[in-house]
Design a binder for this molecule. Structure first.
Ligand SMILES: C[S@@+](CC[C@H](N)C(=O)[O-])C[C@H]1O[C@@H](n2cnc3c(N)ncnc32)[C@H](O)[C@@H]1O
Length: 301
């Protein structure tokens, strides 16, 4: 998990070799040269493979997805600048298959979190009740949960471009029509783009733990965030959080318990529910011997 202080968000998604589907914090895309954008070299074009190379390959320094063809690099831009963010902006390497999924599926199933308009969830999800998952990473667990419950819409929100492409690709390959992807900061999504009482649930699985004390203010689960999120939940909606970082689990329990509009369904932590698949970060935590805690709260009526 990254410990770096946030830097200005300047990522320009760049394609990379097909096998690189993993999340690599800190992976750097090639920077634009001093002489301006350059076309890829023959070697780079070869690395992209025939399909991706024949599609429009961006020149260095150009956005990978021009307006309307994929997720924006910084959708909220200057409209909603926040000083403290729960994620670390980073340059992201996008595989050809992820880029292909984004180009084809983003216009239909993706939304940039620009903070400028309300999302009509009913239209976007064809009438399904909608659960928001914040920070789906590469989206494997999201896709599994969506497959297990096709009548529920899953709005996955993340800033990680490769993961967005991965999740859209998983949705298509598995015939899942109940997944949509929001690109940007979940706080802006909740505050500006979702109507009060519009969500049937909220999931936050293994949010960045920001273990160092000076970074605790970056943790997503804070009193203000929980109060805001709760206003977007319909009565009876469930809030499900999980973490493998013990001090963060304690903070989650304290913060969620203190929110008057929520009630804990369990005396303390929840037993691990069968319906939550193992996530990538959970697996990494378990490998390190961490103990995983689930928390399940309900929005009061
Ligand atoms: C530690 S990863 C966990 C990913 C996945 N849930 C798992 O368990 O494998 C946390 C994810 O949350 C995303 N994230 C953090 N803060 C966010 C925010 N404010 N809005 C949207 N996504 C955020 C990060 O980009 C990252 O992909």
């Amino acid at each position: 998990m990254s410990e770096n202080p946030a830097t200005p968000e300047t990522h320009v998604a760049q394609p990379e070799a097909p096998e690189a589907d993993g999340m690599e914090a800190g992976a750097q895309a090639p920077a634009a040269t001093a002489t301006g954008p350059q076309p890829p070299t023959a070697q780079e074009a070869a690395r992209l493979g025939a399909t991706a190379a024949s599609a429009a390959v961006p020149r260095r320094g150009e956005p990978m997805f021009p307006d309307g063809t994929g997720p924006a690099a910084d959708p909220a831009g200057s409209h909603h600048e926040r000083r403290i963010r729960s994620f670390q902006p980073r340059r992201s390497r996008v595989s050809p298959s992820q880029a292909d999924a984004l180009r084809r599926l983003w216009p239909k199933w993706g939304r940039d979190i620009d903070g400028l308009s309300r999302i009509d969830l009913d239209a976007f999800f064809e009438g399904r009740p909608v659960v928001l998952e914040i920070g789906f990473g590469m989206g494997e667990a999201t896709a599994q949960m969506a497959a297990a419950d096709p009548d529920t819409g899953i709005l996955g929100c993340d800033v990680h471009t490769p993961g967005q492409g991965n999740l859209l690709g998983l949705a298509e390959r598995n015939g899942l029509s109940n997944i949509r992807v929001a690109n940007g900061d979940a706080i802006i999504l909740l505050r500006e783009m979702l109507a009060p009482a519009s969500l049937a649930g909220l999931r936050v699985f293994f949010p960045d733990p920001w273990p160092k004390k000076r970074h605790h203010k970056r943790r997503l689960i804070q009193p203000e965030f929980v109060a805001l999120a709760s206003t977007r939940l319909a009565p009876g909606a469930l809030v499900h959080c999980a973490t493998d970082w013990e001090p963060y689990a304690e903070q989650m329990l304290e913060v969620l318990s203190a929110e008057p509009t929520l009630e804990n369904l369990h005396p303390s932590y929840a037993p691990r529910p069968d319906f939550r698949p193992l996530t990538k970060f959970e697996g990494q935590g378990l490998d390190k011997g961490h103990v995983v805690h689930d928390l399940i709260f309900r929005r009061r009526g």
